[in-house]
Design a protein around this ligand. Structure first.
Ligand code: GLN
Length: 278
């Protein structure tokens, strides 16, 4: 009896040592992988995100009031929503700031768990990513010179129009499928909406087509020179993008959005950032 207990104890100790070394080996290599590659990011289950202690969101911080820089810090409506998502998981929020047309690749390559970037949920993007429920109704607005001859969207026909590369405004103006009502003359692409606005003010282009609220912010800052037309070109909805098939994460994001809508928190965030609406 005594002997068999001792034997069992030896067996258990050996098993423990074996599994410890297995764990150490495995732990060390997966730890190294998660530092240097995308392991644990993008393809993570929620458990893996919790274990890592952070969730990664990618955005393009050139889109006030949704995401923009306040000094070195990236702030805005999408940042506040993203923070709530991280809080719900009890993890830190990490933010990648990349060009707008790199955002979908951030997800497909696993560099980011989700994208919150005032991104319109459209069918073309749905081929590559899944979207959450929508959280904002938007549309493409037209910014023009205050004293210019463009008074309505139809006056854009034949004109030189600036857009932000890869956005729905770019798609509308480029009009590859020929479905847009307005046929602009030529499209100038910019990485930053602000650069398009500067070229408009300098007279190098005739108009800028960009989402309504960023348009409003640009106009507020240059109200002596530029104006926004009342009519919008499109009607769109913003949603948060995740890797295709990541239902666990999209469900958690939808739950977070619903809680924020039901509590009135989401509206408070919009009111805070859009307060200066004209
Ligand atoms: N809503 C537009 C789009 O999804 C523009 C977004 C942006 O520039 N951040 O294409």
């Amino acid at each position: 009896m005594k002997k068999s207990v001792k034997f069992l104890a030896v067996c258990l100790a050996a098993a423990a040592m074996l599994s410890m070394s297995a764990c150490n080996g495995g732990g060390a290599s997966s730890g190294a992988a998660s530092d240097s590659s995308n392991s644990g990011v993008g393809t993570s289950t929620l458990d893996a995100i919790k274990k890592n202690g952070f969730i990664t969101m990618s955005t393009n911080a050139e889109f006030e009031p949704f995401e923009y820089k306040d000094g070195e810090k990236i702030v805005g409506i999408d940042l506040e929503i993203s923070q709530k998502i991280a809080d719900k998981l009890g993890v830190e929020l990490k933010v990648n700031d990349v060009a707008f047309d790199s955002l979908i690749p951030e997800i497909t390559s696993g560099k980011a768990d989700f994208v919150a970037a005032g991104m319109t949920a459209d069918d073309e993007r749905r081929k590559n990513v899944d979207f959450s429920d929508s959280y904002f109704d938007a549309g493409q607005a037209v910014i023009v010179k205050k004293d210019g001859d463009i008074k309505a969207p139809k006056d854009l026909n034949g004109k030189k129009v600036g857009v932000q590369t890869g956005t729905t405004g770019d798609k509308y103006c480029t009009n590859e499928e020929g479905t847009s009502e307005i046929k602009v003359g030529s499209v100038e692409r910019y990485n930053k909406g602000m650069d398009a606005v500067s070229d408009l003010i300098a007279g190098r282009i005739d108009a800028v087509v960009i989402d309504d609220f960023p348009a409003q912010k640009f106009v507020e800052k240059n109200s002596d020179k530029i104006a926004k037309l009342n009519d919008m070109l499109t009607s769109e909805q913003y949603a948060i993008a995740v890797k295709k098939g990541n239902t666990e994460l999209v469900d958690l994001i939808n739950e977070t959005l619903k809680e924020m809508k039901d509590s009135g928190d989401l509206q408070k965030i919009f009111d805070k950032y859009l307060a200066q609406e004209s």
